[in-house]
Design a protein around this ligand. Structure first.
Ligand SMILES: [Zn+2]
Length: 414
């Protein structure tokens, strides 16, 4: 009888995207890695079931997920989250189980943890006991709950991103071992017809251009796959191509598409010229930013710079108009657009107020690099957040009263 592993990428229910860090969302990270784990488990002959396969904010809640796993008769439940802390130096991977005095379970958890630590190069924070979380206490099968690095730590994020495939392999291997299935290395099953497997260097725009006849159709491509328009795609992800039937589906190219212009290896500043400037311009245009009347001319002028600044604002980067490493990442679609995950307040906010509306304000301030104090996005409208609002009001020519009224809200939302 085949073994059944239930996979739960954390969050994704009822507008909950988990921990967010400059537009990066835990729910997306968790799904990305879990989908890869699933494919590898399937290839090894394990029966799998996912609690969700998209991040549309409408997924089931934890109680429903636990029930689903139990009803399905899972042999093992794998839960994947990413940690977060207001302390940006906090880092590393940890795994939770119900009972650390159960030697076998503990050894299994340790094996998963070791695999991830080895694959990612992140620090191990150990195997921990947790008896209150629904996904651990309410599931019948042994649950292994991984916190795969801190989303609030740049180094952990870089390691997470750079090792998705090997991490998935390490996890799948460990899980197979636990349920007693021989892990099969190597070739993944070919993507089904009518789909396209994303390779490094692809962007939604370039895929739409190549396979749907026009880059501008990328929005259609994303919505067809249940993805947000600005969602990040990643190598190995399988996308359904609208209009492509099983028989006439374009074959995935065996080599990554060669970009028409070379990616810059230097910082591009105003008045820079060259083919690498054309690379920047092509990407900018692809993302819908204006190049003015000059088009892709290889000259980094004022219009280009203004568009780059807008892009930097949109992606939560420092707004300096210089195309450096992070801006190139944004241009390549490797980082997600900063989307404020909190609800915009509809009432005035005064010193001493608290709630999600304050988080919205704090997120917008932080995105613009205002110092909101050591406690970060905590939902408390205290002295340091008020001081940041006052600095913002001054910079934007608003009345400096430290009250988040309609004008300040509009300016923050812009
Ligand atoms: Zn989480």
């Amino acid at each position: 009888m085949s073994k059944k592993i239930y996979i739960n990428p954390g969050h994704g229910a009822d507008g909950d995207y988990g921990a967010c860090y400059y537009g990066r969302r835990e729910a997306d990270d968790a799904l990305k890695l879990c989908l890869l784990v699933r494919d590898k488990l399937k290839a090894a002959g394990v029966e799998t079931r996912m609690s969700r396969e998209t991040t549309d904010g409408k997924g089931p809640g934890v109680s429903a997920i636990a029930k689903d796993a139990n009803g399905w008769g899972a042999d093992l439940v794998f839960v994947l989250h990413r940690n977060a802390s207001t302390d940006a130096t906090a880092h590393g991977v940890e795994i939770y189980i119900y009972d650390t005095s159960n030697a076998e379970r503990k050894a299994n958890a340790q094996a998963i943890l070791d695999g991830v630590v080895k694959a990612t190069g992140m620090t191990s924070r150990g195997v921990k006991q947790q008896r209150t979380w629904v996904m651990i206490k309410d599931v019948k099968a042994p649950a292994y709950y991984l916190e795969d690095g801190f989303i609030s730590n740049e180094n952990d994020n870089a390691k997470f991103d750079a090792t998705l495939d090997v991490s998935a392999e390490a996890i799948a291997k460990a899980l197979c071992e636990i349920v007693g299935v021989a892990y099969q290395e190597g070739e993944q099953p070919a993507a089904p017809a009518g789909t396209y497997t994303v390779v490094k260097g692809d962007s939604p725009w370039s895929i739409a251009e190549r396979l749907m006849g026009s880059g501008a159709k990328y929005k259609e491509l994303m919505s067809y796959n249940g993805l947000a328009e600005d969602a990040t795609i990643y190598a190995g992800q399988v996308l359904k191509i609208p209009g492509a039937s099983a028989s006439d589906a374009p074959a995935a190219p065996s080599v990554p598409a060669v970009p028409s212009y070379p990616e810059p290896t230097r910082n591009i500043v105003n008045y820079t010229t060259g083919d690498d400037v054309k690379w920047v311009q092509e990407k900018l245009q692809g993302l819908g930013y204006s190049l003015g009347s000059y088009g892709i001319d290889g000259k980094y002028g004022n219009t280009c710079e203004a568009s780059v600044k807008q892009l930097q604002r949109d992606y939560g980067l420092s707004v300096d108009g210089i195309v450096g490493v992070n801006t190139r990442k944004a241009l390549k679609g490797h980082i997600a657009k900063a989307v404020n995950p909190y609800r915009k307040p509809t009432q005035n906010i005064y010193l001493g107020d608290w709630g999600d509306g304050i988080r919205w304000v704090q997120y917008e301030l932080k995105r613009r690099r205002y110092d909101i104090g050591a406690t970060g996005i905590d939902g408390q409208y205290g002295a340091s957040t008020k001081a940041a609002v006052e600095r913002f009001q001054r910079a934007f020519g608003l009345a400096v009263d430290g009250i988040v009224g309609p004008n300040t809200r509009e300016a923050l939302a812009a």
